[in-house]
Write a protein that binds this ligand. Sequence first.
Ligand code: GTP
Ligand code: ZN
Ligand code: ZN
Ligand code: ZN
Ligand code: ZN
Length: 282
Amino acid sequence: MCVVCGCANPTATHPEQAHVAVNASTGDLHYGAGAARVSVPGMSQARAIKLEADVLGENNHIAAANRAHFASHGVTAYNLVSSPGSGKTTLLCATIEHLKQHAPALPLAVIEGDQQTSNDADRIRATGASAIQVNTGKGCHLDAQMVADAFGRLDLHGHSHAHEPGTADHAHDHHHAESLLFIENVGNLVCPAMWDLGEAAKIAILSVTEGEDKPLKYPDMFAAAKLMVLNKTDLLPYLDFDVPKCIEYARRVNPGIEVLLVSAKTGAGLDAWVEWLLHPQD
Ligand SMILES: Nc1nc2c(ncn2[C@@H]2O[C@H](COP(=O)(O)OP(=O)(O)OP(=O)(O)O)[C@@H](O)[C@H]2O)c(=O)[nH]1
Ligand SMILES: [Zn+2]
Ligand SMILES: [Zn+2]
Ligand SMILES: [Zn+2]
Ligand SMILES: [Zn+2]
């Protein structure tokens, strides 16, 4: 039945507002069962689909330009996505220290996304690496334009030549050394999955304190990720987290997803993690 007016069949009665599916035996509500996979009060499913296509279409256009721009500078970009507090910044700081030892000549930089504060960019800059903080205010994810704007301000971009303002066109190809750009997205396991930033890969960081069922509860994120990093493994002895089950859940939503176990705190697993970052195609 429809929760809005109590009628028996929302799909039949309100074809433009088929926004919620109700489980007949439990009464559970599913607002993502319609064609748009999302419900917006007062908006039809068709309109929601159109709006999403328009917004994401423009974003995808900018993301494609970012991807070409990164390639022309020899930059491999990774988009780190997770819930708040999974350890993205801690892992990045540990990764930067690790790379200082093992690949000291490798240029790298970080774009830090958060709603507010420059805490994370300050933590990255304290390692000596360059970072730009992007605050989104009420926004809950980074978009491709934000990344384009931030990338242009990084040393990594390192132009001796000038761009045409507002474009990423180059009159010539760069032959720079390989370099890494880490983009730490806003802590949010939901919508960053939809937003292409021009990255080579999305990397989902899941800390073992969050529960092994997260890939099933937030499938879009784990479906979008090339790699799942299980962080805070130093805490496993104190938790009931089931690692094989978590990996099985992640592969249920994304059969091809790769998995690494790390502790940003102890450094366990960082060798394999850094190896992956340097050779993502292997
Ligand atoms: N025990 C343990 N704690 C960790 C580990 N990695 C991060 N932490 C802790 O987890 C907390 C959150 O870490 P952050 O690095 O700030 O997490 P984040 O994902 O960057 O958080 P947001 O940017 O707010 O989304 C901090 O207290 C870290 O010290 C780890 O491997 N083991
Ligand atoms: Zn109704
Ligand atoms: Zn952070
Ligand atoms: Zn969002
Ligand atoms: Zn450029």
